[in-house]
Design a protein around this ligand. Sequence first.
Ligand SMILES: Nc1nc2c(ncn2[C@@H]2O[C@H](COP(=O)(O)OP(=O)(O)OP(=O)(O)O)[C@@H](O)[C@H]2O)c(=O)[nH]1
Ligand SMILES: [Mg+2]
Length: 269
Amino acid sequence: MSMEQERGISITTSVMQFPYQDHVVNLLDTPGHADFSEDTYRTLTAVDSALMMVDGAKGVEERTIKLMEVCRMRDTPIISFVNKLDRQIREPLELLSEIEAVLKIKCIPVTWPIGMGQDFVGVYHLTENKTYLYEKGNGGKMTVSETREGYDYPDIRERLGQLMFDAFEESLELVQMALEEFSVEAFLAGEMTPVLFGTALGNFGVNMVLDTLIKYAPPPKSHPTNEREVAATETDFSGFVFKIQAKWTHAIVIALPSYACVQASMKKA
Ligand SMILES: Nc1nc2c(ncn2[C@@H]2O[C@H](COP(=O)(O)OP(=O)(O)OP(=O)(O)O)[C@@H](O)[C@H]2O)c(=O)[nH]1
Ligand SMILES: [Mg+2]
């Protein structure tokens, strides 16, 4: 919308569907600004899981607290992404403590950042024991990161400098010591969130979020109606209407198709 371009913010939710690995993902991108929160609340009634974006420099923001309350009403599972690692962010450990204390959700880091800002080297994957290296200048495209076993390499030490490398190792040790096992049940109940780090602008970490999503997020659920419960796997057309929007001369209805419909449309494509 031209108004969105002028103000540089989202006003309405945009919906996009794309295939990822052997899944179909329906992504609903909601506005964050308080003036348009009605749209966001509505959208949250339609989703099966949510991705919480945390600005690494700001931490938990006012709107995030409010949206978490809305997610709590339906115990929506939440995946968390700490963004803007290409900039100077706050201490990752401090950010996780803040998310846990303010949002009352247990954080389980999947990856741990190595450096930040000018010295952002990449992330260490805690369960894979692998380092994914960040390469600058890939903003516009999805690239496959170079990966290495472990994290201790002369070039990584050199890029970070001794002090920062030691600080990284120390924080990693603390995280590993305190790391609880990830529980899918607790995630599905909205009590535990996997946390990933990266930079959306640099297109780094986004694929790890999608991998986490398809691994743990639930498939479309059945929906109660005034007559009966409609299962997501039914073959007839069904959809959950979460928004009707007046737009210039016509009205558009935004609905999330059921599981069966998504599959059918993929087959047609
Ligand atoms: N440095 C840096 N800037 C980023 C990153 N991700 C987003 N930005 C910038 O942050 C600003 C806001 O980004 P948006 O994607 O519009 O943020 P949003 O939260 O979706 O905002 P609304 O849709 O308006 O609610 C833009 O100027 C982006 O370029 C990142 O990883 N690093
Ligand atoms: Mg946005």
